[in-house]
Design a protein around this ligand. Structure first.
Ligand code: HEM
Length: 189
């Protein structure tokens, strides 16, 4: 090969390489691969039948979260170490009034959905500090201490286990880390 032919070939190859890099860079910056969220690991946006509302569909991630939330509320209701905090709620339920339970279930479910990365829900309840300050939330009977918070985590573990999410599952451990990160907002004494 002559020197001129070689240089020409080298230029053509270099131009090809530059063109390829520009195209591939463009591709990766215009359509980044979406990262799976914790919400996706819990079932994500796949629509399934809602067993609690006949004929209604629900996102599988939300259904998993709502099931764990409701089970945890039931575990707490039977836990004498914590149920005193929920005096208002428990007296309503004892009298056949489930409106407070439904509101708490919805707000907690929305909160966890948003916290785990769901896109189709918003949380409209109180801030974590306000929700757990008896002066700002008359439904919170007293201030929680560190021991109460740890007991709440124990009850959450049981609530998750009841729904086939063992504490050893990576998805549970990620959830537990989010819960633990809220300790200082909930514990106010
Ligand atoms: C990270 C842990 C926790 C989270 C994410 C959480 C979240 C929430 C949310 C979203 C609400 C509803 C707020 C609203 O409706 O505006 C709520 C209410 C409440 N929380 Fe918590 N909470 C946690 C820990 C605790 C602990 C440790 C206790 C008690 C020791 C507790 C006791 C209550 C009570 C009594 C209410 C009011 C229930 C009712 O509506 O009757 N929470 N919490």
């Amino acid at each position: 090969m002559t020197k001129t032919k070689f240089s020409f070939l080298a230029i053509v190859m270099l131009a090809g390489l530059v063109a390829f890099s520009v195209t591939s860079c463009k591709k990766s910056s215009s359509s980044p691969t979406p990262t799976a969220t914790l919400y996706d690991s819990l079932g994500g946006t796949v629509m399934v039948n809602d067993p609690a509302n006949n004929g209604t569909m629900i996102e599988k991630g939300r259904l998993t979260i709502r099931s764990v939330v409701d089970s945890t509320i039931f575990v707490i209701a039977a836990d004498t170490a914590l149920n005193g905090f929920f005096k208002v709620l428990l007296s309503e339920v004892t009298n056949g009034n489930f409106s407070g339970f439904q509101a708490l279930s919805k707000n907690l479910t929305d909160f966890v959905c948003v916290g785990t990365g769901a896109k189709n829900f918003t949380y409209g309840g109180k801030s974590m500090v306000a929700a757990h300050d008896p002066a700002q939330n008359s439904r919170m009977n007293g201030k929680a201490d560190n021991g109460d918070f740890t007991e709440f985590e124990v009850d959450l573990t049981l609530g998750a286990k009841k729904n086939g999410v063992p504490s050893t599952a990576p998805v549970f451990q990620s959830l537990a880390r989010i819960v633990e990160s809220l300790r200082s907002q909930v514990v106010q004494m």
